[in-house]
Design a protein around this ligand. Structure first.
Ligand code: NI
Length: 180
């Protein structure tokens, strides 16, 4: 396994539409290695999710860590996933706003409102079909990662930029104030 270099905003790979992974290639050493490396890279940089374009691989693959409720900090919302060629369906138009950050947009946090309930269809690292639903912060993380597969970053989803903060100031003026 290896920690991969993270593509930062401005790198064209972050603005491309990633290509699908043919299902018969999921089991190949190249794809399995990419998944292992993404998991190690996500852990190293303490990300809650990572999409392949963020490690300079323009393919439709995203992973998440175990996702916990940011309010309580210890309620598991969704166990970690490996998602190949994912498709998303919005189950509601109701939105919820959360603070987001991104390893490719280092040092910044901003609030983004997104649909609060989604259904996901994808393939796992064994090439098996997976289907599940997610809501709240887990739905936000999944949408954030899938956006990367279409060349979209969270800044594009902010309806205004007033909440945009550096992490240090966010921790000082927002997190400490108890806002979520
Ligand atoms: Ni991101």
């Amino acid at each position: 396994m290896a920690i991969r270099k993270i593509a930062r905003l401005g790198h064209p790979v972050l603005r491309q539409r990633a290509r699908e992974i043919p299902l018969d290639l999921i089991a190949t050493p190249d794809v399995q290695q990419l998944i292992d490396d993404m998991q190690e890279t996500m852990r190293e940089y303490e990300g809650v999710g990572l999409a392949a374009p963020q490690v300079h691989e323009s393919v439709r693959l995203a992973i998440t860590a175990d996702i916990y409720d940011p309010g309580t900090g210890n309620t598991l919302l969704l166990a970690g996933k490996v998602l190949v060629n994912p498709e998303i369906t919005f189950l509601t138009r109701a939105e919820e706003a959360y603070w987001e950050g991104c390893l490719s947009v280092p040092d910044l946090r901003g609030t983004v409102a997104r649909p609060r309930e989604i259904a996901v269809k994808a393939y796992d690292r064994e090439g098996r079909k997976v289907e599940f639903q997610a809501e709240g912060f887990a739905a936000t993380v999944i949408q954030h990662e899938f956006d990367h597969l279409d060349g979209i970053v969270f800044l594009d989803r902010m309806r205004d930029l007033k909440s945009l903060s550096f992490i240090k100031e966010f921790e000082r003026y927002v997190a400490d104030a108890g806002n979520e």
